[in-house]
Each structure stands twice: as structure tokens, then as C-alpha cells.
Design a protein around this ligand. Structure first.
Ligand code: IPD
Length: 387
């Protein structure tokens, strides 16, 4: 931002004020650069604004600052710089940034450090979500079941969820949270107009239990019921997928694009089984798969993590995804990433996505999405907001 703009008109007094303010901000940024990750949460975007934990002016300046500067603010190591702050790319023009966008920007700033520094990083906070998950992946786990014998949870799911929520709540006390394990313990999943974080602490828990290394942390963020950004971290491959409404989708800084395939007979389709295993549900699940194979899809794959399957679609490595029985925390972040990669996310009826309806078709094109929606028979899983 051009801090000198308008100097001539406002005279020397205003100029000194500008210099003073600039000096204070530079001091704040320098403090951040010298501090450890654990310290970064608080001082970078100070708590002067009671609602968002960031001054509107600082948030606007953050939107203008180049990525490398922002990365330096978060963590000076070059390894981290490569993976930091991708959701800032293509940020909304500060001239049109209203309070909602400032909320989003402040939220973007906060989320990545909570997720994703590696244990070998000199700025490491040993309590980051990905470090906890990667360490626990190969260890013995205490496993419990939830809605069915195939719906698993471990102490690490709880630990990571608690960590993410407590870090974010400290920064944003007025925000709401919808999170998988809290919901399993009876918390209501209601998406209001308030800023809301939608969290899956470990997506692919069954993989995690079996040490199958396809596991992710997924965090979506909505304001006024609109999904604003999503971050999905593939813990074992250290891939950070990010998408911000209007700002594009990225994986470790590389722009994501869907394949653009329209023809189901040339498609690689991904799905997940879902937790119900009663004979009627399994029959419908298998028959849906059979219908797509009869339509001559090249293949149908099940990888055990709906968020990472959706990221494959966003990156063009698959052409479509469908599922009955996934939840809002499986979908929230991925939906933004796919849309920003040029893809489509709709309800299995062919209508608009209903985040709480526990069903989805996502595809590289609308044509492909509609072909799949027409082929599917519905499996009823109820709604997240009615449980
Ligand atoms: C599950 C996984 C699974 C899918 C389920 C999801 P979780 O999430 O993504 O592949 O079939 O519908 O709920 O329980 O591992 O977080």
C-alpha cells in the first residue's frame, strides 16, 4: 500500500502521523519475524478490533502485501515460506473490502500456522495438528466406534480437534465452531450467519487407524452461510490445499485446475463407502458403482478420505466424485477448493449443494455432474443439522 499517498494535501503534521504509524507497524512485523510460531498468533494482527482480532486497516494492508512478506511474518524459514499463506493469493481488492472480508482475511491469517508446520522446521510448534497426526500414525491407538463398526475415532481425533478449536477460539472468541468429534458427542450442527469454522480434525480416520497414509486435516470457514475459504492438509505428503472464494485454489502454491472432462465414458470417478454397512445400504452403494461402470467410466476409486478424494478432483487427477453419508466437515473446505479450481459441487438430486444433506456430486464440469446425479439412486443418511 502506498502509505505516502496524499501527503502533499495533508501537510507535514499528517505526514509525521503516517511515519509514526508506519514505524509502529514495522516494529510489530519485526517482532513477529523474530518470535517463535507460538508467539505469532497474537501480535501480528493486533486485537484492536474487538470482533475480528485485526484492525480493518491492518487487514487491508495484509491483503496488499506480497506473499513472501506475509510468509516472513509467520515464519522466517525458507521451507515454511514455500508452504505459507497460499489463501492470500488473489485477495479481494482492499478498496472493496467490507467487514466480512476483513473477518475472512483475519481468519485466513490465523489458520495455516495451526495446521501445518513440519517437525523438522526450526520454527516448529510441536503442537501443530499435522505434527501430532504424523507422529501418532505409526503408534498404537485407542480406537472407539461411533455410528457403526466402520465409523472410527481415536484419541488423536479428539486431541487435534481440541487443539484447533482452542487456538482459533483464543483469536476469535465470537466465532462459532462445527466440528466432527464435538458433533459425535452431541453438539448441534447449525450453520448460522455468524462466522463459523467447520472442522474435520482427521479425515480418513479408518486409514489412520490402519497406518494407511492417506489422512488429512480439513478446515472450512463460512460467513453468512457462504463458504469463504477452505484449507486441507495432507499430513503424510505435506500438501497444503487451499481455496478462497474469488481468490483461486492452490496446492503448495501451485494453481489447481479441474480436468474439464465432460464425458463419463472417459472419466475416473472417486467415491467413498460411507459408514452404514447394513445389507440394503451396501446393495445401493454397489449398484450405484455398477451403474457408473456400465456407463463405461474408466474406473471408480475409494481411497478412504473424502476430503483428499475431493482434492484429487480439484487438481485434475480425477474427473468426478460422489458420495452419500459424508458430513459438512468433509465437504466445507473441499467445496471452496473445487469451485475455485473451476469445478462444480451439487446435490445428488442435481440441485444446488446442501452442505447439511450428507450427500454430494462434484465434478470437473456441470455436464459430468448431471450425468452422475442422474445415474445415482439415493441412500438416505439424514441431515447433519437434524441429528
Ligand atoms: C470419513 C472419511 C470416509 C468417508 C466418510 C467420512 P472421517 O471421514 O472421509 O472416507 O466415507 O463418509 O465421514 O470419519 O475419517 O473423518
Amino acid at each position: 500500500m502506498d502509505l505516502g499517498r496524499g501527503e502533499g494535501r495533508r501537510g507535514v503534521g499528517a505526514n509525521r502521523e503516517d511515519e509514526k504509524q508506519k514505524g509502529q507497524e514495522n516494529t510489530a512485523l519485526r517482532t513477529c519475524k523474530q518470535s517463535t510460531l507460538a508467539d505469532v498468533r497474537a501480535p501480528c494482527y493486533s486485537s484492536e478490533h474487538p470482533c475480528i482480532g485485526a484492525t480493518t486497516e491492518l487487514a487491508r494492508k495484509a491483503a496488499l502485501r506480497p506473499q513472501s512478506d506475509l510468509c516472513g511474518t509467520v515464519c522466517p524459514s525458507s521451507r515454511s515460506q514455500r508452504r505459507c499463506c497460499h489463501i492470500f493469493s488473489g485477495a479481494v481488492s482492499p478498496a472493496v473490502m467490507g467487514l466480512d472480508q476483513c473477518v475472512v482475511l483475519a481468519a485466513c491469517t490465523a489458520v495455516e500456522p495451526v495446521l501445518k508446520l513440519s517437525p523438522v522446521d526450526p520454527c516448529m510448534n510441536s503442537e501443530t495438528a499435522d505434527a501430532i497426526i504424523r507422529k501418532a500414525l505409526t503408534e498404537e491407538k485407542r480406537v472407539s466406534t461411533k455410528t457403526s463398526a466402520a465409523d472410527l475415532v481415536t484419541e488423536t481425533d479428539h486431541l487435534v480437534e481440541d487443539l484447533i478449536i482452542s487456538e482459533l477460539r483464543e483469536r476469535f472468541p465470537s466465532h462459532r465452531f462445527i466440528a466432527e468429534e464435538a458433533a459425535a458427542s452431541g453438539a448441534k450442527c447449525v450453520l448460522t450467519h455468524n462466522p463459523t469454522w467447520i472442522i474435520d480434525p482427521i479425515d480418513g480416520t479408518c486409514n489412520f487407524v490402519h497406518r494407511f497414509p492417506t489422512v488429512a486435516v480439513s478446515i472450512g470457514f463460512a460467513v453468512r452461510q457462504e463458504l469463504e475459504f477452505g484449507v486441507i492438509y495432507h499430513c503424510t505428503e505435506e500438501r497444503l490445499y487451499t481455496g478462497r472464494r474469488g481468490g483461486g485454489a492452490f496446492c503448495n502454491g501451485q494453481r489447481l485446475r479441474v480436468s474439464g472432462e465432460t464425458d463419463l465414458s472417459k472419466a475416473l470417478v472417486l467415491t467413498e463407502i460411507g459408514p452404514k454397512r447394513d445389507p440394503a445400504t451396501l446393495k445401493l452403494f454397489l449398484s450405484n458403482m455398477e451403474r457408473l461402470l456400465h456407463a463405461k467410466a474408466h474406473g471408480v476409486r475409494v481411497i478412504g478420505s473424502s476430503t483428499l478424494a475431493l482434492c484429487h478432483l480439484a487438481s485434475g487427477a480425477a474427473d468426478a466424485y460422489y458420495q452419500f453419508g459424508l458430513h459438512c466437515w468433509d465437504l466445507a473446505a473441499a467445496t471452496v477448493i473445487i469451485r475455485e479450481a473451476g469445478g462444480i459441487v451439487i446435490d445428488t438430486s442435481g440441485g444446488p449443494l446442501d452442505l447439511m444433506a450428507c450427500r454430494v456430486v462434484a465434478a470437473s464440469t456441470r455436464e459430468m455432474a448431471m450425468l452422475i446425479a442422474q445415474a445415482l439412486q439415493t441412500i438416505n443418511y439424514g441431515r447433519d443439522d437434524e441429528k
